[in-house]
Design a protein around this ligand. Structure first.
Ligand code: GLN
Length: 251
């Protein structure tokens, strides 16, 4: 039995990639660990960060941003893409939201046609169809591919993401737009990482998914199975139910 459990989270580019409450995901992960006496250390990694910090982490998180910030981040992260791919392919768990999710793919084409090179880690690409097309904005409900539960979030993106054959969607769109507004897919699952358009932030709104990520990080770190002690999620569930009600979705 492991007495003092701990996890280290690498938070990539908190000063640039952090929109629509993405910071709340870090707060939620940390609190849900601490309430269970699991130590949780958060390392904020900004432009020019040392790769060794990423290797030491048990979980990687990166939030969303607008195109301008994505460009700065892509230039920095591109230098580390090979190492990040190695870590991800070896099973390093992580969550990548919106702009970060788009960067994992082959490329992101902006509304004016400029292309931001992606990291090429996951088989997907993203294109914004042009200035006069609508942004996908609003509350979203998806059916999780992992647990079949309904997950709730908020999306705001101009890019449409298309998945290759080697990746599975994170969920099926029940209400909202998801990856591209057409094929009902939302996000991706690849190895132990999750990409999603769900801001909101996603984790406080979906405590069951947060716990899934904590358990996954512990199991990868310690190489043994874990069962997390349940917490009182009444308030979180009230928020979920309210958003679902507005979307006319049953949870
Ligand atoms: N710039 C991207 C888009 O609009 C990502 C937006 C975001 O991260 N919220 O598609």
């Amino acid at each position: 039995m492991i007495k003092k459990k701990s996890i280290t989270i690498a938070w990539l580019y908190p000063d640039l990639m952090n929109t629509y409450g993405d910071r709340g995901n870090i707060i939620c992960l940390k609190k849900r660990c601490e309430w269970r006496k699991i130590r949780c250390e958060v390392k904020e990694l900004n432009v020019g960060f040392d790769l060794s910090e990423l290797k030491k982490a048990d979980f990687i998180f990166m939030g969303g941003a607008q195109d301008r910030q994505q460009k700065i981040v892509s230039a920095d992260l591109f230098k580390k893409a090979k190492e990040l791919k190695k870590l991800i392919d070896a099973g390093k768990p992580g969550l990548y939201i919106c702009g970060a999710y788009q960067l994992l793919g082959e490329y992101y084409k902006e509304a004016d046609g400029t292309t931001i090179k992606g990291l090429g880690i996951v088989d997907l690409y993203t294109e914004n169809p042009g200035m006069n097309t609508k942004r996908f904005i609003g509350n979203v409900a998806i059916r999780s591919s992992i647990t079949e539960e309904i997950l709730i979030g908020f999306e705001n993106h101009g890019g449409r993401t298309y998945l290759g054959k080697s990746v599975n969607p994170f969920g099926k769109v029940i209400a909202g737009y998801g990856n591209n507004g057409k094929d009902k897919t939302e996000g991706i699952i690849y190895k132990n990482i999750f990409g999603s358009y769900l801001h909101g932030p996603i984790l406080p709104k979906n405590p069951q998914f947060t716990d899934y990520l904590i358990r996954l990080s512990l199991e990868e770190k310690y190489g043994t199975k874990f069962k997390l002690e349940p917490l009182n999620d009444n308030i979180e569930n009230l928020a979920r139910v309210e958003i679902a009600r507005r979307l006319k979705v049953k949870v």
